[in-house]
Design a protein. Sequence first.
Length: 197
Amino acid sequence: MSDTPKFTVIDRRKIKAEEEQENQQTPTAPSEPATAPEAPSAGPQLVVNEHKTATPEVPAEEELPQVPTAKESREQKAAYDASAQRIEDMVRAQNPAAGAQPPVTFEHLVQQFYVSAMIQMGAGTQEGQRPRVDILGARTTIDLLGVLAEKTKGNLSESEKNMLETVLFDVRMAFLELTSMISLQAMQPPPPPPGKR
């Protein structure tokens, strides 16, 4: 085994369920002083020394937290909606002329990917400034749009399908133009240093 530390993901639902079970089982006469359970940390923990157990090792990729129950999902969604409503109420209190925000739709998701890809390819740079290009990030965003198109095939309305296809075409064309420019610049010899002719 390597000496590199590993990370573990803590599923807080399991800890909560264990605490509830411990609270339900009240001992009549404790023979040893009770020790407080360790409080869970907020996020992944670094594991330095692993304890070997009799169970076979499972690759870390397969150790995923349990899927939330329907009840947990409903409670979480209700809490999220209440929090989002509080934020919207605060925004409207600061700007009474602003109406309620429209619901988020599939078009908003596609537009978000489109804008991200274009910014990663240098669009929106102010005049006179050198564009900052994240070509690998742009490729990832474009590939995500491709995954979205593949996974939603047959489930979109005609307008959603047309919009997604148009956006994919536009960002792929912009990517091709940008990579062509990058290739041409790489093939040109560097300019001579200033002052030498």
